[in-house]
Design a protein around this ligand. Structure first.
Ligand code: PGA
Length: 253
């Protein structure tokens, strides 16, 4: 029996029009049953443009809605940006922050991500803070240092009291969308260290409650092994979350 209820989260990235998103969300609803919800919390993060419609179609269905990003200001002259309050009003309970694609393609720094985490929590959203090392960082034995720094800087001055205000997702950059997954030993080592660090920053209660997800090429074929690891409390799924058949395959695995 797992200590913490697992969260299986789907990150749809820049895929699907509003109508395609609704169709997929409805398919997902039809494929999940009570047993799945007893075992897992489930979240999907469609693009901004689909949030309102998807929110309507999963109302009262036990599936949480997440945004894939926010800006840290509540409103103002920030052309093209979206605030925590706005996605909350579209029905979101979660927001993915610091994804490696945001860090690498859009040059997001730990400090910038930290401001978004603060804004998300103030708005009543649960941030899913993504961290992870590159291949060269792993090869030069820097993984745990990199993760420590991302957690420490990302959570600077963020107050957390129960551990349920926040989710962390460990996603090795080299495992995202590559079909390559970290080994169970690598995953457990990273998760164990993240939890220890959370205990140091906050306390044991927060560390015992916080969900630490693994992400990076999670599929139905490898989900069971990864999710059975002691310190893995769920998965953040990209490619395999785009089709309800594949996503429920992971949940039912
Ligand atoms: P992937 O993506 O499952 O396609 O590797 C994971 C992620 O980016 O969160």
């Amino acid at each position: 029996m797992k200590k913490r209820k697992c969260l299986i989260a789907g990150n749809w990235k820049m895929h699907k029009t509003p109508q395609e998103s609704v169709n997929e969300a409805l398919k997902l609803v039809s494929m999940l049953d009570e047993k799945d919800f007893e075992k897992y919390d489930i979240m999907i993060a469609p693009p901004f443009t689909s949030l309102s419609l998807v929110s309507e179609s999963i109302k009262n269905k036990n599936i949480a809605l997440g945004a894939q990003n926010i800006y840290f200001e509540a409103q103002g002259a920030y052309t093209g940006e979206i605030s925590a309050q706005m996605v909350k009003a579209c029905g979101c309970t979660h927001v993915i922050l610091g994804h490696s694609e945001r860090r690498q393609i859009f040059n997001e720094t730990d400090d910038f991500i930290n401001m978004k985490i603060s804004s998300a929590i103030s708005a009543g959203l649960i941030p899913v803070l993504c961290i992870g090392e590159t291949k060269s960082e792993r090869n030069s034995n820097k993984t745990l240092n990199v993760l420590d720094k991302q957690v420490q800087n990302g959570l600077k001055a963020i107050s957390v009291s129960t551990g349920n205000e926040l989710v962390i997702a460990y996603e090795p950059v080299w495992a995202i969308g590559t079909g390559e997954t970290a080994s169970p030993e690598q995953v457990e080592e990273a998760h164990f260290n993240i939890r220890k660090l959370i205990e140091k920053i906050y306390n044991k209660n927060v560390a015992d409650n916080i969900k630490i997800l693994y992400g990076g090429s999670v599929k139905s074929g490898n989900a069971k092994e990864l999710l059975s690891l002691e310190n893995v409390d769920g998965a953040l799924v990209g490619g395999a979350s785009l089709r309800a058949e594949d996503f429920t395959g992971i949940i039912k695995a």
